[in-house]
Design a protein around this ligand. Structure first.
Ligand SMILES: [Zn+2]
Length: 214
């Protein structure tokens, strides 16, 4: 038996959504895939400094569970499942003009507690392999309440002035891709884009794994 076969024998691959047996690690079973896969430009996401935000799937059922497993239970192996979805993004030509990628960050305190930043785990290597560098410098400087527990109007106030950018200034030729795990009302991503705009970022596009918005 080859080493790879042994590994498959010892750690058989499971669907990241429902644990059903699948052919390879990170692959979603047909049922989960049909439930979650919904690539789109989120309606109403072209606002403020953001030239729209793409989502890969719907934030519900197995995709929601897989993100919770990663973020709150530290199951880093789930990142492979999100990479699979990124590989299937139906309009990869949209990344041609992207010169730099930034993740919407969690606070340093939260990163220390969690041991990792989920956005970095999901996206950084994927874009590095495609020749698009990850840029540091966007920081979460103020602790905020979880957006999920707030009403729409409270979300903008909660996130306002919670980011700062301390990296090198952007050139007018940069097209920035802002990535995050979830997009709900877009308040968080728009606030991050506003801060980057002040550092000279021109065109900015968003990409998230999941969204509950259309
Ligand atoms: Zn499944």
């Amino acid at each position: 038996m080859k080493p790879a076969s042994w590994l498959r024998f010892l750690y058989p691959p499971h669907c990241p959504g429902c644990q059903a047996a699948v052919r390879a690690h990170g692959v979603w079973c047909a049922d989960c895939y049909a439930t979650i896969w919904h690539p789109r430009l989120i309606r109403g996401s072209r606002k403020g400094c953001l030239d729209g935000c793409y989502a890969l799937g719907d934030y519900r059922g197995p995709l929601r569970q897989a993100l919770i497993d990663l973020k709150f239970y530290g199951k880093l192996s789930q990142a492979a499942a999100f990479t699979r979805l990124l590989e299937e993004f139906p309009w990869p030509e949209r990344w041609c003009r992207v010169t730099t990628v930034l993740g919407v960050p969690i606070s340093a305190q939260r990163k220390k507690e969690r041991g990792f930043d989920q956005t970095e785990e999901i996206f950084r290597e994927f874009f590095r392999l495609r020749g698009i560098g990850w840029r540091e410098g966007l920081r979460k400087v103020r602790h905020t309440l979880p957006q999920s527990g707030l009403q729409r109007a409270e979300r903008a106030a909660n996130i306002k002035h919670s980011f700062a950018y301390e990296g090198v200034l952007f050139s007018p030729y940069d097209t920035v891709l802002l990535v995050d795990d979830i997009y709900t009302t877009g308040c968080t991503m728009r606030e991050a884009a506003r801060v980057l705009h002040r550092a000279g970022a021109g065109r900015m596009v968003g990409l998230v794994i999941a969204s509950g918005a259309d």
